[in-house]
Design a protein around this ligand. Sequence first.
Ligand code: PMP
Length: 341
Amino acid sequence: MRKYIRKNILELEPYSTARDEFQGTGISVWLDANESPYNNGANRYPDPHQKELKKRVARMTGISSDCIFIGGAGSDEAIDVAFRIFCEPGKDNVIAIAPSYGVYKVAATINNVEVREVLLNEDFSLPADRILDATDSNSKIIWICSPNNPTGNAFPKEEILEIAHRFKGIVIVDEAYADFSDKGSMLDKINSVENLIVLRTFSKAWGLAGLRAGMAFASAEIIGFFDRVKYPYNMSSLVQEELLHRMEQGTGNHITEIKSERHRMAKALEEAPCVLKVYPSDANFLLVKVKDADHLYNYLAENGVLVRDRSRMPLCDNSLRITIGTPEENAATISLIQQFK
Ligand code: PMP
């Protein structure tokens, strides 16, 4: 595993926070961290290791705490930290499928890392051989978003495993939308596949995009490097407490409702005169190919409904990405699209 890690990261002496050094009990006066002594609910630094939260996530996922990283800027934080752990700026490269989530490329560019984009097959399936052909000895990460944004489809686990098996680098599977998929998760593979990292987020199925919380799951060795590279206090105490509380509450029936609305919306949109194709979706959105995407996009916006125009992305000619909303929001959107000439 260490061969995939940048030399400066291997040699890094990580920042040690005020409370890392003392592990005992019995302290009631905290004069070690230059905090304000006046209790206003946020005057103390948060737990930099998010121990309680990790315990709770471990209970939820069955993955042990030392295999969990939690980022306070969503899973976008894990994406950036991964570049900083594995990729030597100006030298290494990564492979990303196209079309896919835009932040891999932005984070790569910020880190001065080349991105080699490999077009999905026409039917949005995974081109395993072309992905592997695009690699060379400086390729450090293969990014696979599954279910993929914006195409909506999840890739078969066996195909991802085959890529991980054949690649001499890290495979990161971004499962931001996996809670909406019936095709399963790669989470149970992180202990047996040493070069696999799985990303998850609280922003989608948990409905907590405003809190900014995301997770990375991998071997304890890899997660150890995430913990060394992250900012020491990367998640506020208020967010940690709120997440514990929300996890106790669960997601209710929201995932089931979104999946059934997705089905209803897909069926209804297929009947609309301006719609050419509704792609199958394993996520909380639909990619819809229409006759004139720009025109429909503007018409929806004029009527108060904002969707995402993905027409400029490869293989997504004239395609809009429509998030599944509440039943009322979906009904209004369906009716507008059905009426559009
Ligand atoms: N991965 C994918 C595929 C996404 O679509 C998004 C957000 N749209 C993210 C990650 C980032 O999510 P977060 O809010 O956890 O940063």
